[in-house]
Design a protein around this ligand. Structure first.
Ligand SMILES: [Cu+2]
Length: 183
């Protein structure tokens, strides 16, 4: 019984993760929308824009700028404040540029052209790990009612250990599929 319960939980988790990946599309964030990646008139232009966004691993940033006029240089937190461009993590000089968010945590982007960064052309974002957004509620609630339906005393099957565990997988898959349907 314990084994079939484990199988059920695993099936639910697998189905849930598939469902999660298919329903949560990777978001393409157009940096500062129509304003694009330029020297802002207000120092908090990019901070304000970022505060209204939710960034997740798998998403991408779209920096709209003209090649040679600007660039997208990813720097460390230490370099971000004083706009230091000595040791960039990564730099994209061809615009417009799409930057894929592959790792969670804080990311720091500046423009290394002239004094643009010091004029406010800098963006810091916090990227959440993929799968932290919506999965916990359905996956934690579903095994509980299913477990209570299982009868506690289970007579041990006399022969063939493989067939009972197999038949337990079939309704579990059904239940998981039904759960996935009603998301
Ligand atoms: Cu610039």
């Amino acid at each position: 019984m314990a084994a079939s319960k484990l199988v059920f939980v695993l099936v639910v988790m697998v189905v849930a993760s598939f469902q999660f990946q298919s329903t949560v599309a990777q978001t393409r964030h157009v940096v500062a929308d129509a304003f694009g990646w330029n020297i802002p008139s207000a120092a908090d232009t990019y901070t304000t824009w970022a505060s209204g966004q939710t960034f997740t691993v798998g998403d991408s940033l779209f920096f709209n700028f003209t090649t040679r006029f600007h660039d997208v240089t990813e720097v460390s937190q230490a370099a971000y404040g004083p706009c230091t461009i000595a040791s960039p993590i990564n730099s994209v000089t061809t615009g417009p540029a799409t930057v894929n968010l592959r790792t969670p945590g804080n990311h720091y982007y500046i423009c290394s052209v002239g004094a643009h960064c010091r004029s406010g052309q800098k963006l810091t974002i916090n990227v959440a790990a993929a799968g932290t957004a919506g999965t916990p509620p359905p996956s934690t609630s579903s095994p509980a009612p299913a477990g209570s339906m299982m009868p506690p005393p289970s007579p041990p099957p006399p022969a063939g250990n493989a067939s009972p565990s197999f038949t337990a997988v079939v309704p579990a898959t059904f239940l998981a599929a039904a759960l996935a349907f009603f998301y």
